[in-house]
Design a protein around this ligand. Sequence first.
Ligand code: GDP
Ligand code: ZN
Length: 298
Amino acid sequence: MLKGIIIKGISGFYYVEVGDQLYECKARGLFRKKNITPLVGDRVSISVVDEDEKKGVIEDIHKRVSELVRPPIANVEKVIITFSIKEPSPNMSLLDKFIIFSEKENLEIVIVLSKIDLDKDGEITRSIKEEFEKIGYKVITVSTVTGENIDKIIEELEDSISVFAGQSGVGKSSILNAIDPSFKLETAEISKKLGRGKHTTRHAELYKIGKNAIIADTPGFSSLELNNIEIEELQEYFVEFGQYADCRFGSKCIHKNEPGCGVKEAVEEGNISKRRYESYLHILDEINNLKGKFKRKL
Ligand code: GDP
Ligand code: ZN
């Protein structure tokens, strides 16, 4: 048996990459009986049915470390949340939301600040980097124009499955191209083989980049995702609140108007960023407004 990884799935066929070979596989009927669907990203064992035609059967699906819903991909470990310093200017509220969705999915978060060549005195770059490093996130500042720190992104991507998140225009494709100039070509070619336009596909697919890095389609994070988050749950995804959340009302405290709130105290003392706290309150309202008739008076 051979071990590989499912890089795409189309109408019942799974394309399993084993080293630099690609096998077209069917899944054993057994999985259907057990109600298990192989996912892109699954690490699998296959038996080869026809070596010349590169056809095989998936015999076993290895234990998943994670499972994303949109797009459906198994074993994504990292999310590279990309924001540009200028053009477009960083939308901090959106950055906080990407962090929330990623924390909820238990992904390891790496924040990439791109286009730093446009930040002449480096002031904006420095302040955003500091804010997020203080919370404990890894921050990489890059420019595809000067090539600065592209090597650090490569290092981050090696040996895992990662997704890039971020608004369009922040430079995600440029970063991927800087890592591997043939990358764009390759993805365009795959899309052509499938007979669809590059931007119309929403099926999950993995791409190899660099030596041993795998990246997946950008996840479909949108504000609608807030629908799946409860009022009391939101604070879990502002990881820096945790150590200060020693509040009079205990775990019932949503750190808004309650007396004796440790989080509010930490904001006043400057231990929690005021911007992050205000962003939290704003998103709390947004979640509440999505609750329709279950909306509460906060
Ligand atoms: P994507 O939509 O996130 O994939 O963004 P693109 O990679 O298509 O980049 C959007 C625009 O930003 C393009 O015009 C790029 O040339 C430009 N761009 C990308 N990276 C940089 C950078 O590091 N510095 C500058 N000044 N422009 C960049
Ligand atoms: Zn509190």
